[in-house]
Design a protein around this ligand. Structure first.
Ligand SMILES: *Cc1c(COP(=O)(O)O)cnc(C)c1O
Length: 365
């Protein structure tokens, strides 16, 4: 059995450090917004090159609170991609705004700057690009569009921890950005967790209030907030992994490049690196006309594989009515042909060869 993500192998390396940190936390009983959350916020802000990082309960909450703090609300239009996880659009809906789905680049699967430009209306208030599968979206163009049209840029970095453009991290370009620490993400906790980053003091102050019941001083409440704090125990785990994140992301890049090299002669479309920035391969996603046969063969060999994402958001039941007139030909075609192979920092070269040989068997039979 070859899983999509091998979390066990990763644990062996950080076990001692994590167990020590967790034991200390249990001894101290500092469970909520304790010293590890504070230290992790400092460490991630430094790593990501931003002024503020605020730990929250999940990536979904990070995006939701970022939208509130940036003043996005009822009736505002937020331009985003339909080729993403549902949470991107959920956050937009939570604040009463309208997700406006536009098409993607056929090679990178990221939101198309031209499509963004064409969708801007007087109601547009923000753009929410997703750095899908770990490849930075075309931020230079998107930042320029936001400046020219006076729009907020809120980055969905849930799949791009550590991805950068000219050594500037994704998340550092926008007015605010949201990260997820869901266990399978590039930086993953042992449960849920998230982070908002921003260079704005005002946005940071609002997020700190919002995550903690609208309160700066205990039992004094200025706004209706939420219970959305990063858990202290998760912060212990995340601190251990943050130290090794570059090594993990380099290992992911190695896995991806070996896959692509071994499949170069096969009738498949392997991931395209646009070299706009450094891809951190949250997923290794290909296109094939024979996807279903390949998936069946992988399953028969007990090799994990998955389709991210089989139904784009504008075709989901929840959005079907609202998006009745929306047609996104590239998104629709990609979702019909894409599939993702196992990837994680601990996938061995021989295992990669074994996976490729199964795919080769299907395509050369
Ligand atoms: C994982 C993910 C989220 C949501 O993160 P959670 O921590 O699971 O709430 C949002 N957007 C994208 C693109 C994601 O991959």
């Amino acid at each position: 059995m070859i899983p999509m993500v091998n979390l066990k192998a990763q644990y062996a390396e950080i076990k001692e450090e994590v167990e020590r940190g967790l034991a200390e936390t249990i001894e101290n009983c500092s469970f909520i917004l304790g010293p590890n959350v504070q230290a992790f916020e400092k460490e991630t802000a430094a790593y990501l090159g931003v002024k503020h990082a605020i730990g929250v309960a999940s990536g979904t909450d990070a995006l939701h609170l970022a939208l509130i703090a940036e003043g996005i609300g009822a009736g505002d239009e937020v331009i985003t991609t339909a080729f993403t996880f549902i949470a991107t659009a959920e956050a937009i809906k939570y604040v009463g705004a309208i997700p406006v789905f536009v098409d993607i680049d056929p090679r990178t699967f990221n939101i198309s700057p031209e499509a963004i430009e064409a969708a801007i209306t007087p109601k547009t208030k923000a753009i929410m690009p997703v750095h899908l599968f770990g490849q930075p979206a075309e931020l230079e163009e998107i930042v320029e569009i936001c400046e020219r049209n006076n729009l907020k840029l809120i980055e969905d970095c849930c799949q791009s921890f550590g991805a950068s453009i000219d050594s500037k991290q994704t998340g550092a370009f926008g007015h605010a950005a949201g990260y997820s620490f869901f266990p399978s993400k590039n930086l993953g906790a042992f449960g849920d967790g998230g982070l908002v980053v921003t260079n704005s003091d005002e946005t940071a102050a609002k997020i700190k209030q919002l995550r903690n019941h609208g309160s700066d001083v205990r039992y004094y409440h200025d706004v209706i907030g939420y219970n959305s704090r990063l858990d202290e125990m998760q912060a212990v785990i995340l601190r251990a992994k943050l130290k090794r994140i570059d090594q993990y992301n380099q290992a992911r890049r190695h896995v991806a490049h070996l896959y692509s090299e071994l499949m170069a002669d096969l009738p498949l479309i392997t991931p395209y690196e646009d070299n706009v920035g450094e891809h951190v391969y949250h997923q290794y996603t290909l296109l094939s006309d024979r996807r279903d046969e390949i998936l069946a063969a992988l399953q028969a060999h007990q090799i994990g594989a998955a389709v991210y994402y089989p139904v784009p958001l504008h075709k989901q039941n929840v959005f079907k009515e609202e998006c009745a007139g929306v047609s996104l030909p590239v998104t629709e075609s990609v979702s019909e042909h894409c599939f993702s192979l196992p990837i994680c920092p601990f996938l061995e070269d021989d295992t990669i060869r074994e996976i490729v040989s199964v795919i080769r068997g299907v395509l050369t039979a």
